[in-house]
Design a protein around this ligand. Structure first.
Ligand code: MTE
Ligand code: MO
Length: 241
């Protein structure tokens, strides 16, 4: 009889883990403890970050259904800027990725544009009572994380913007395949008013979570007292759609 490698204890615990990861979906990183807690019917598992990244890549959260290109509403996205529109020198621009990562990054725009391109047509929803179907093009944020290699402590992601806006996400939502760092809107270069050179775009979070003019992405182990520009004024932190 030939030995069956898939019958090894490692293979069977991996299969079980992947099944559990698929079942628990987006909520599984939201525990308040310092360790990553994976709640399962049989107890609690602590997963090192690289296994979590593998699981996200092999078995990502379910994608949100997208709209056809014909559904795009070109005039419906209202520019919503609370402070000012910053001036960014795209030659000097560097996207900083730091904090709980093994490989801190300073990416110029050419390096971002070299990463695999993704486009999606989704609904943008603002809490102020409007929505718009928009096509966004750019890179999956999780591709940036794969370059930066989060440490096993990473659980949250902070975004800093050139206008002083700031926000934070749970790492699981940030790893969602439809969470993009976008540089195109409706098939054209992203206008400065909409956050060029790089903004967040995602069908799983409200508009105020989608920071424009992102300059820095910092992974952290904890949520800091400053959680976000609107969140610190009482708006919901998770803000899921
Ligand atoms: N840096 C920054 N990002 C931001 C904002 C902002 O004022 N500054 N407004 C937020 C809000 S409330 C919404 S609805 C969207 C609006 O994106 P848009 O201006 O491209 O329509 O951007 C979000 N991201
Ligand atoms: Mo908004």
């Amino acid at each position: 009889m030939t030995p069956d490698p898939s019958a090894s204890p490692e293979a069977s615990s991996r299969r079980r883990f992947l099944r559990i990861a698929g079942m628990t979906g987006a909520g599984w990183l939201l525990g308040a403890s310092g360790l990553t807690l994976l709640e399962t019917p049989v107890g609690k598992l602590f997963m090192p970050i690289n296994d979590r990244l593998d699981a996200w890549l092999l078995n990502p959260q379910k994608p949100v259904p997208e709209f056809p290109v014909s559904a795009i509403e070109p005039d419906a996205l209202i520019v919503n800027t609370f402070r000012f529109t910053p001036t960014i020198d795209t030659e000097k621009f560097r996207l900083v990725v730091d904090g709980e990562v093994h490989h801190p990054l300073e990416l110029d725009l050419a390096a971002v544009y070299r990463l695999p391109f993704t486009s999606m047509v989704i609904r943008h929803v603002c809490v102020e009572g409007w929505a718009a179907i928009v096509q966004w093009g750019g890179v999956q944020l999780r591709d940036i994380f794969q370059l930066a290699q989060p440490t096993e402590k990473a659980r949250y992601v902070y975004f800093e913007s050139a206008d002083g806006y700031y926000g934070s996400w749970d790492l699981s939502s940030a790893m969602h395949p439809q969470t993009l760092l976008a540089y195109q809107k409706n098939g054209a270069p992203l206008p400065i008013a909409n956050g060029a050179p790089l903004r967040l775009a995602s069908p799983i979070k409200l508009g105020y979570k989608q920071s424009k003019w992102i300059t820095r992405v910092t992974l952290t182990n904890q949520l800091l007292p400053r959680r976000g520009y609107w969140e610190d004024q009482g708006y919901e932190w998770f803000a899921g759609l």
